[in-house]
Design a protein around this ligand. Sequence first.
Ligand SMILES: [Zn+2]
Length: 90
Amino acid sequence: MNVMSLSRMTRCFRTSRALQRYLDGEADDLTAACVAEHLEECRRCGLQARTYQAIKQALRSGSRDVDELALRRLRAFSRSLAEPGGPGTD
Ligand SMILES: [Zn+2]
């Protein structure tokens, strides 16, 4: 694994951890800026952000069953971060 992919993986990991706070509007300015920038450049994290938003929207609208497909995508994303090679290998 080279340095580039390692730093990219670190950014993805940090973004993943801060994403919920960011979407809830609870992240500090610096974190929010970093997350927003990363979501622009990273397709996978962008997808994760959309998935979170879909779940939040479903909860807000009073839907009882959150989209199972969205949850599965989210779990797959979390797993991909822990796997050797990590994101960006597709
Ligand atoms: Zn990412």
